[in-house]
Design a protein around this ligand. Structure first.
Ligand SMILES: [Fe+2]
Ligand SMILES: [Fe+2]
Length: 191
């Protein structure tokens, strides 16, 4: 592992441990949102994107709070990934007890649950187009506990707050970032 891991290295790591298409799409969605936020904040897009890509790389094999990230961070350390990256990856799960003390960590947490929620919102549309998902309808669905019940609403709201962005603008921003990779998410392209 060199100084700064490349996207190629991140992709290789992800796909070494993950072949579940939903998890791959989740990683790609989070990557797209992280890249977009990095650009808008003038931060390191390659780093932010790669962290988005690998943040759940151990999840398929370790899907519990007792294992997810406990195993992953050990693998990353054994392989010489940068310690600051490892801390950011670990910090996306509260139970790891790693503070989100960088903007990268805050962004990762803010986009993680929301990205899945936006896909769920797209899939209930007749056209299934994520680009067409309205902020108002996302906010409404966030209040509907029966909809996409696996998504933690507090994480979505707290994530935006920690990152210092308005929830509505955050929804719009992540939606637009994800819409640019609709093909990879296997959703219809924007009109
Ligand atoms: Fe995770
Ligand atoms: Fe995730």
């Amino acid at each position: 592992m060199g100084e700064t891991p490349t996207r190629e290295a991140a992709w290789a790591l992800l796909t070494e441990f993950t072949d579940n298409p939903s998890l791959i799409k989740h990683a790609l969605g989070v990557e797209a949102a992280m890249r977009a936020y990095a650009r808008s904040f003038g931060e390191d897009e390659e780093m932010w994107g790669a962290i988005g890509l690998i943040h759940d790389f151990d999840y398929q094999q370790n899907p519990t709070e007792e294992t997810h990230l406990h195993v992953g961070t050990k693998i990353l350390r054994d392989r010489g990934w940068p310690e600051d990256w490892i801390r950011i990856v670990a910090s996306h799960a509260d139970y790891m007890g790693v503070p989100r003390d960088s903007r990268t960590a805050k962004a990762l947490f803010a986009v993680d649950e929301l990205s899945g929620f936006l896909v769920a919102c797209a899939l209930v549309r007749p056209d299934k187009a994520i680009a067409e998902v309205r902020v108002k309808s996302v906010k409404k669905k966030l209040k509907d506990k029966a909809f996409a019940r696996g998504v933690n609403r507090d994480d979505v709201r707290n994530g935006a707050q920690e990152l210092g962005v308005d929830l509505g603008e955050h929804i719009e921003f992540v939606r637009d970032a994800m819409a640019t990779i609709s093909d990879q998410l296997e959703l219809p392209p924007p009109e």
